[in-house]
Design a protein. Structure first.
Length: 541
């Protein structure tokens, strides 16, 4: 029974300690995924772009001809391969004037070649063979249909292979599918953005028609499948894709001069770090407090072991064995069940946090950090076992139970006193670190220590009258007397059971309350200060 009590106490201790770093890791991954979900898919992937992808810079940087893009393509692919990133897919775009309109104001048509484009539009009509695909609104306005020829100002003619449903359905209110979100500026017409009608074409058609081509190579990494550590590695690799010599605009010998890397992954990782900093403080504080509360269970289990082995310990003490040696004996007997309990608790943490946490993915180093924390907790628990057993057996020659009577009340006083001291010394003002608002961890620890003290005090008050109740029930019948007598004889285990049930429940309720209050505060601030996306679009227009 004593060994099982120690194993159970160690299990709770390890589970609480391991859950802290695992949960912080899970929160970071969930935060990164949530940030990425609010943006276009390509924005968090790693891209290399040429100057023509920056419309405002087009007049200041050298033009990119289709030939320059073709010569840069193998170098860009090699750069991605050298950094261990998935092979990129290339998208090219150009705008060509048609034979309609005036020479001063030519009627432009945008040609976009991007892999999988036709799979993400609704094709209304098509004819066999190669050619471009026009929007239904543009085709109806020009009186064109699949199979016709579109004349350009250069005298060339483009074959119309099909017509697809226009993606720009509501101007600035248009909500594009995920695949087209990245190309919004080429599709949606607003007051401040008037792109030419978008036609879908093959890369060869774009290269053949465009004197200036905007090219973008994108490595299709799946951010939703990455942890924070893996995403940071991908972002770091993206930062060193091209060497400064290759991108030097004054280097005429480089075919990628002026090219640049583009991704929002770095920014989202910075925001994720801030989120982990903000969440990590209360989570680790609660985990530390849970570890302290679990030590109450470890202490109770050691006292239970002392009571169960009283006869043997009394005999050893009578033969001259000192309290320190008896404490070492306690550690020797209880170390194995404590280690087994810690191992099981660590395993439960590895299983429960991905299942119940905000994200099923944890960083590769999180299990190792959790194991290290469990190892430290095990060493501390062994020291606690040694000290508690030595103190409890210090007066063993005189009276085995004399010291034990004062240990629980002293623990109550110590826990409540520590809670009051932390609360009194805590700074209730907000602390700012890296733009993150945090609360003094002492304010979080104080209620948990007070919880442990109150629970232990309540358990002692419940167990205290059992001795007198045993005397009072002698005339109540044998069944009642036997039940009360057994409870009175096991007051120590009864206290351990009460604490073992009440402390985890109280800890869970406190953590849930803290999480709910934090979520309510963040939601309220978001509703007050955050501007809806539609209003932002209207304001920008």
């Amino acid at each position: 029974m004593a060994l099982l009590a120690v194993a159970a106490a160690a299990l709770v201790l390890a589970l609480v300690v391991a859950a802290g770093p695992l949960f912080v890791s899970s929160v970071g991954t969930a935060g990164l995924h949530a940030a990425a979900a609010k943006e276009c898919v390509q924005d968090n992937q790693i891209s290399v772009i040429n100057p023509q992808s920056f419309p405002l810079w087009a007049g200041f940087l050298p033009s990119q001809t289709p030939d320059a893009v073709s010569r840069a393509d193998p170098l860009v692919h090699d750069a991605f391969a050298d950094q261990g990133l998935p092979a990129p897919v290339i998208s090219t775009y150009t705008a060509v004037p048609t034979d309609t309109g005036s020479p001063a104001q030519p009627d432009l048509l945008g040609l976009l070649a991007t892999p999988g484009a036709l799979e993400h539009v609704t094709v209304l009509s098509r004819v066999p063979g190669e050619g471009i695909y026009l929007t239904d609104t543009y085709a109806a306005d020009r009186g064109l249909q699949a199979g016709d020829q579109l004349s350009l100002s250069s005298g060339q003619r483009l074959r119309i292979a099909g017509v697809y449903s226009d993606l720009d359905t509501a101007s600035y209110r248009t909500v594009l599918p995920d695949f087209w979100c990245h190309w919004r500026n080429l599709i949606v017409s607003t007051v401040s953005n008037q792109p030419p009608p978008l036609a879908l074409a093959d890369p060869a058609i774009v290269a053949a028609q465009g004197a200036e081509v905007a090219a973008e190579w994108t490595s299709p990494i799946d951010v939703d499948a990455l942890t924070v550590a893996e995403a940071r590695a991908a972002a770091t690799a993206g930062d060193r894709l091209l060497s400064p010599a290759q991108t030097d605009e004054d280097n005429p010998g480089s075919v990628v001069s002026g090219y640049a890397e583009r991704t929002n992954l770095d920014f989202n990782l910075t925001q994720t770090d801030k989120l982990q900093t903000a969440v990590g403080t209360p989570v680790l504080a609660i985990a530390a407090a849970g570890a302290v509360l679990s030590m109450v269970l470890v202490t109770g289990a050691v006292l239970f072991w002392v009571r169960r082995r009283r006869a043997e310990l009394t005999m050893l003490s009578a033969r001259g064995v000192g309290p320190a040696a008896l404490g070492a004996k306690a550690v020797a007997e209880l170390a194995l069940p404590a280690a087994v309990g810690c191992a099981v608790g660590w395993g439960l943490g590895l299983w429960l946090v991905p299942v119940l946490g905000p994200s099923p993915l944890t960083e590769p180093g999180a299990p190792g950090r959790a194991l290290l924390a469990v190892g430290v907790a095990l060493l501390v628990s062994l020291v606690v076992m040694l000290v508690v057993a030595a103190v409890a057996l210090g007066e063993h020659r005189v009276r085995a139970s004399s010291a034990l009577r004062f240990v629980p009340p002293l623990m109550v006083v110590g826990l409540l006193g520590a809670a009051w001291a932390l609360f009194d010394a805590a700074d209730s003002s907000r602390l700012i670190l890296l733009g993150v608002y945090r609360v003094d961890p002492a304010l979080l620890l104080a209620p948990l220590l007070a919880l442990a003290g109150v629970v232990l005090a309540a358990a002692l008050l419940v167990a205290a009258p059992l001795g007198r109740a045993r005397v009072a029930t002698r005339r109540r019948g044998f069944a009642v007397f036997a039940a009360v007598n057994r409870a009175a004889a096991a007051r120590g285990p009864l206290v351990v059971v009460i604490c073992g049930l009440a402390v985890p429940v109280g800890l869970a309720v406190y953590a849930a309350g803290f999480t709910a209050s934090t979520q309510a505060t963040v939601t309220a601030k978001t509703e007050i200060y955050a501007v809806p996306r539609s209003r932002l679009i209207c304001a920008s227009d």
